[in-house]
Every structure is written in C-alpha cells, then in structure tokens.
Design a protein. Sequence first.
Length: 151
Amino acid sequence: MRLRRCVLFAVLAVCLTGCGGVDGGVRVEGPAVTKVPWTGPVFVTNWNGRPWQRPKQIEGQFVLLSKLTWRDWGSPRARATGVAMDSTCLSGCPDGFDKPPPSYRVNVVLSDPVRRGNVAFYRHMTLTPVHPPAPSWAKASADTDLDVPDA
C-alpha cells in the first residue's frame, strides 16, 4: 500500500512538472494597447476660473472672445470661430461709449485636455485670425496656457 502511494505521488509529480514547464516564455503579438480616449465632460475655464462647456463667450487676459461656434467639443482639439475684441485697451481705447473696441474674426483651438477627477479641462488655447495678419494688440493672446483646477 505504501509503495502504491509513493508510485502514485511520483507519477503525479512528473505530470505536474511536465504541465508547468517553460515553453519559451511570453510571446507578444500586435501593437501595444493604446490609451482609452476620454468620454466624460470637458470644460474650459475663463479668466476668472469659472468652468464652461461650449461657451459662447470666453474672457481672456487681453481679449474677449464672443460669438463662438464650436466643433469637435470634447475631442483632443475643440475648434471654434468667433470674434476677438480688445478688452484691455492695448490698441488705445476709442473715445466715448458710442464706439466699440477694436475686434477681428478669429479661429480658436482648445487643446491638451487634462483630467481632474471625473471631468477634463482644456489646458491650451490658440487664436489665429480668419484674415491674417492679426492686429498687434492681439499677438499677446495668440498662444495661451489656460488655468486648470488642481488635482
């Protein structure tokens, strides 16, 4: 009986060793797994730090963007067209309230979204004139990093 048990354990050990042997290691096939794209809500903050989705107007440090029409919101690059207006009188404010500040048609691109909890925020804004060149007062706002809440 003891001999039978020993033989049974020996056969079992040989079988288990044969199943668990190395067969050449791990084989990797195909491209690496890519990052899963963000599908949650995406916001942009204005100059005062208030978050907005698809805003019609964005207050910047030197310009006020208005009449914004968005495409591709929520993607890595949201695009819009609108009007940029000199909000700090860098161009020299017109006299009186009957004349509006200088403005020009602009293309807006928001990019580099960063996640904060269950939402994301665009971190960068680029302004390009629809009809170049941009006015001299607008060049300070052509390429802007946006405020993003702390993690």
